[in-house]
Design a protein around this ligand. Structure first.
Ligand SMILES: [Mn+2]
Length: 335
């Protein structure tokens, strides 16, 4: 199946993430068409992107899109150009591929969409409360929330994308957008909650869905509990997941600070980054990313000890922190 990748990002400071994504695409899916919507490029970015003739940079803003509320907008823009036997793949700009993603996509039901699984540590899991939140009839129920860092669609999925875009432009969603995340109901948290609501609704109940498994196909990195103890133990027998998603804070921000000026919580978050598989993988692109990378040298004694204890294994590195936090949560020390 011909695969076209799509990224869209209008936030300043996000270019280093986009670059890691593009470098990983160039390594693992060389020559695949990639369209990047980036209306606010920094100087030199277009030239950096031009090293790959297969990557098209679109600098015109996507109408009605902003921040993370841009996925259906971008996908709908490209969908008419996708052949009936082609697939269009949304990628977040804070992820990297550790290998070719296409075998996972090609193995999925060709009539369906492909989407990533959310980390189990996220609260209010599942589609039903989101579908009901939007006042839609529940057609089926997925117990685990889906994460939209990867979304594969095909020509036949235009109605879903149109509905997704429609709800992102709905007054209820727009009004909630200014509120802090956890001050609003889960169906309004972000664009992916809207997608979850629709997938669980009667309208799309027949749509086949393939979910990229967390800890095996995709890994959300940077949190203490997002990569659970069970997933870590299972991961001991698996290669690093195909998609590495820097979901819990960006390492180039969290590791860029002087540890002496950081509070205890900030140090903890930086420690999680220090041991993150995303950061370990990002090092391979250090000389090619053309951005400041001093943050990659951020090193603390606990971080070094955790790396040694991890024996170089992606799932083992940081396991003691997950173990400690899991226990703390069980006994009620952590919310
Ligand atoms: Mn993301």
């Amino acid at each position: 199946m011909e695969t076209t990748f799509c990224l869209a990002e209008d936030r300043h400071g996000a270019e280093i993430g986009i670059k890691f994504a593009l470098l990983s695409l160039a390594e693992h899916c060389p020559g695949c068409p990639v369209v990047l919507f980036r209306p606010v490029s920094e100087p030199g970015f277009a030239k950096w992107v031009a090293q790959w003739p297969n990557v098209r940079l679109v600098e015109t803003p996507l109408e009605g899109a902003s921040n993370w509320n841009c996925k259906p907008h971008a996908l709908l823009e490209l969908l008419p150009g996708i052949g009936d036997d082609g697939q269009l793949v949304w990628l977040d700009s804070d992820l990297m591929l550790a290998r070719d993603l296409r075998p996972l996509l090609d193995a999925a039901d060709p009539r369906g969409i492909v989407v990533a699984m959310e980390a189990a540590s996220q609260p209010s899991q599942g589609t039903a409360l989101r579908t009901r939140g939007w006042g839609l009839p529940v057609g089926r129920e997925f117990p685990r929330t889906m994460n939209s860092c990867v979304v594969r669609v095909r020509r036949c999925h235009e109605p879903l994308l149109r509905r997704w875009k429609e709800l992102l432009e709905d007054d209820r969603y727009v009004a909630a957008a200014t509120l802090p995340l956890f001050d609003k109901a889960p169906h309004l948290w972000s664009d992916q909650d809207v997608l979850n609501a629709l997938i669980g609704s009667a309208e799309f109940a027949d749509l086949p869905v393939t979910i990229l498994r967390h800890g095996r196909d995709v890994l959300h990195t940077g949190g203490a509990l997002g990569f659970s103890l069970g997933e870590r133990l299972h991961g001991l027998f698996l290669p690093v997941p195909t998609v590495l998603h820097a979901i819990a804070g960006k390492p180039w921000v969290l590791m860029a600070r002087d540890p002496r000026t950081m509070g205890r919580f900030e140090k903890f978050r930086a420690l999680l980054q220090e041991t993150s598989p995303f950061v370990a993988h990002a090092r391979r692109y250090r000389d090619r990313v053309d951005e400041p990378t001093r943050w990659m040298d951020y090193s603390t004694v606990p971080g070094t000890l955790l790396k040694i204890a991890g024996l170089g294994h992606w799932a083992l590195r940081g396991l003691p922190v997950t173990l400690a936090c899991t226990v703390a949560k069980r006994v009620g020390l952590l919310k």
